[in-house]
Design a protein. Sequence first.
Length: 86
Amino acid sequence: MTNHNPAPWSDRQGQYLAFIYAYTTIHRQAPAERDIERFFRVPAPSAHTMIKALEQQGFIRRQAGVARSIQLLVPCEQLPILRQVE
């Protein structure tokens, strides 16, 4: 059995995208980068780098200078199941 990810993103990127979707669905607003840092237990630069990478690859869109402006550009049906961070 091969560990093949047919999605156009890495497993880690998929988890960030799934978190953005879940957070937005539950809270009716996009997560702040601080929310992402807390969930994934990563420092601010790591969360910011991932958000920038997701944006550059066209998976999300943000408005510069606007808090909680992350918009998911991927159909939710394609997202992986969000796993709890250990």
